[in-house]
Design a protein around this ligand. Structure first.
Ligand code: ADP
Length: 625
């Protein structure tokens, strides 16, 4: 019922009692029924309503007494009126007290409702008597639904311990704290930190329990995820075949910060101060080292590894210096290759990656991953050796084709030597020998002899099984040497060679003989493709630049071109369409070019020739001003 309704019915009741009191001769204390009107007014929960109702009832009781009784007959009617007034007074007092207590409780409940925790009160029997707003929102039951329910049953609580033991500890200390699982109305399982406090009545008898629940489901999930991730990391650390060492480089940071040199000068400074680098190695504090790395280093335990860490990198190791520079420059990680000196003295080639923390103030967690590349190195060396063998075989084969050219080239200076020698003899045999002319002719003999020797040297170097070199090369010179080697062969087949080299091409880095061999192969192939064919036979060799970063060479012929079916297999080893061909030339050319960081490809329209495209990166250190 609304407040206005309660007030109305309270007034109606009081008036009815008044009428009965005045109009009927009832002997009983009808006025006592005013108490009901006051109780009705009290339900509005307003102090003023109670006071007004009480005052009204008193006025009505007194009025009824005065109007219906003679003032002289004071005895029993007056007594009844007094009893009624006393009843009204006592009721009003109790109702007002009750109102004050309810107001206080409501204020407390409002406070509890403000809490972010779920709070409820249950009596000793476990029945819920208070249920706050957060409990409504989180657990899903409204206050009306929750009140009167058994808390454990409603929330399907699962406890970390036996329920009786928990209850006993609560009774014993008046409090209990623990982590429990609750189910919401929707069926979700929540993990909550529960705090219980025993409530007592004024005699000290336990009457109920105030439970406060903090939802820690997300926190627990995050914690579990962290624990799992930690365990996963631990498993990876322990079981990995990759060596891992965890280090603290904060001491190194302090030492580097104290150096006079920074930035670009640091590398120079460190190179000039090997003592500092050695000292710095000792500042990288090892926190943990996994079994794989212990095994790689031949250490029986992580303690043995840590004890001997100074011996693990050889005296001439430069990898630590490079790592220091990367660390000082704020790199996120640094990779390199070095050699580990095992505790038994053996050497292990390794690849390593160091990961630094992204925050420069957190250098406590530097991870170094180390991979043993002994097997890979052996396989690589074997591959290089096989490649060199093959390249040599192919060179010998190419030289077979070039023998006529060699003979011709050497023959020419030899013929010139003979001619010059004869001329010299003639000057000598004169009646008066002309020594000046003799000297000139001997000069010619020497020069031609040198030329012949140079040709032989060039051919011998070309044939030699020398390891690859890393020289700075002018491509113009390589083109000139390669074309000189094939000139005779091409001339024999009546092939015209046009060379167009752009001016001022920057140098490339690589092996002179290998690159020469690539060009010789492409030119010989082009010549052979056109040999014996009608029409003009031309090879155009162009050298220029692409995007200012790459050298591009094309070798274009006017031969039959390549059949589309053959194109995908052209660079495969042993693919040949020639009788007696080896099919190694193009395979080796491609490997060589790729080993130089470049690419080799071909384009061809059958019937109108083939064009081989070769690119090589410029040598960076020489391209820079
Ligand atoms: P080989 O010369 O011993 O056959 P290569 O690997 O040098 O081995 O060449 C493989 C094949 O590629 C040749 O047999 C030939 O069919 C084809 N080829 C190479 N260059 C050309 C070219 N310029 N024009 C047409 N075909 C070519």
């Amino acid at each position: 019922m609304s407040r206005a309704g309660l007030r109305f019915w309270s007034a109606v009741l009081a008036f009815a009692v008044f009428m009965v009191d005045v109009l009927t001769p009832l002997e009983g204390a009808v006025a006592v029924l005013y108490v009901v009107a006051i109780l009705l007014a009290a339900r509005t929960n307003r102090r003023n309503d109670i006071i007004i109702a009480a005052a009204g009832c008193i006025v009505l009781t007194v009025s009824a007494y005065l109007t219906s009784h003679d003032l002289h007959e004071i005895a029993s009617p007056a007594l009844r009126a007094l009893v009624s007034l006393a009843a009204i007074g006592v009721t009003t007092l109790l109702v007002l007290q009750n109102h004050a207590a309810t107001t206080r409780l409501a204020a407390q409940a409002r406070l509890l409702n403000l809490s972010h925790d779920m709070i409820f009160v249950r009596d000793r029997g476990g029945v819920i008597t208070f249920w706050n707003k957060t409990a409504e929102q989180t657990y899903g039951w409204s206050t009306e639904e929750a009140l009167g329910q058994l808390a454990d049953k409603l929330l399907r609580t699962s406890y970390p311990d036996r329920r009786e033991a928990i209850e006993a500890s609560l009774l014993d200390s008046g409090r209990w704290e623990g982590r429990v699982e609750q189910r919401t109305k929707a069926g979700a399982v929540l993990t909550v930190d529960a705090r219980w406090a025993l409530q007592h009545d004024h005699l000290g008898k336990p009457v109920g329990v105030l439970e406060t629940h903090t939802d820690v489901t997300d926190r627990v999930a995050a914690h579990n995820a962290l624990v799992q991730s930690e365990q996963r990391y631990r498993r990876m650390f322990d079981a990995s075949r990759i060596g891992v060492v965890e280090e603290d480089w904060s001491g190194l940071r302090t030492a580097l910060d104290a150096l006079p040199s920074r930035g670009a000068d640091l590398r120079d400074y460190l190179a000039r101060h090997p003592d500092f680098v050695r000292h710095a190695r000792g500042l990288a504090r090892i926190i943990d080292v996994n079994p794989a790395l212990q095994k790689m280093a031949g250490a029986s335990s992580s303690a043995a590894f840590i004890e001997n860490v100074d011996k693990l990198l050889g005296e001439n190791d430069r990898s630590f210096l490079d790592a220091l520079v990367a660390f000082a420059q704020g790199e996120r990680f640094h990779e390199g290759e070095t050699e580990l000196v095992r505790l038994d003295g053996g050497k292990v080639p390794v690849l390593f990656t160091i990961t630094f923390s992204p925050r420069s103030d957190d250098d406590h967690d530097v991870l170094v991953f180390v991979v043993d590349i002994t097997e890979r190195k052996q396989a690589h060396d074997a591959l290089l050796a096989a490649q060199a063998e093959l390249a040599h075989a192919a060179r010998v084969a190419t030289l077979g084709e070039l023998s006529a050219s060699i003979a011709h080239e050497v023959n020419q200076p030899l013929a010139a030597i003979v001619t010059s020698g004869e001329a010299g003899l003639r000057w000598l045999r004169r009646d008066v020998p002309d020594l000046k002319e003799v000297a000139t002719t001997i000069g010619h003999v020497v020069a031609q002899g040198r030329r012949a020797s140079e040709i032989v040297t060039r051919i011998r170097t070309f044939l030699k099984k020398a390891p690859a070199q890393q020289d700075v090369l002018q491509i113009g010179e390589i083109i000139a040497e390669a074309t000189a080697l094939v000139a005779r062969e091409l001339a024999k087949d009546d092939v015209a060679l046009i060379v167009e080299t752009a001016r001022d091409l920057p140098p490339v880095r690589g092996d002179r003989i290998q690159l020469q061999q690539v060009l010789v192969n492409l030119l010989v192939n082009a010549g052979q493709a056109m040999s014996g064919r009608p029409g003009s036979r031309t090879i155009t060799l162009r050298a220029g630049t692409v995007d200012g970063e790459t050298l591009a060479i094309t070798v274009q012929d006017s031969g039959p071109g390549i059949q589309p079916d053959d194109l995908p297999r052209l660079f495969d080893p042993f693919f040949t369409t020639k009788d007696g061909g080896m099919g190694m030339g193009l395979a080796i050319c491609r490997t060589t070019v790729e080993a130089h960081g470049g690419r080799l490809s071909v384009a061809s329209t059958p019937g109108s020739g083939a064009t081989f495209h070769l690119t090589l990166p410029y040598s960076q250190e020489h391209a820079l001003p």
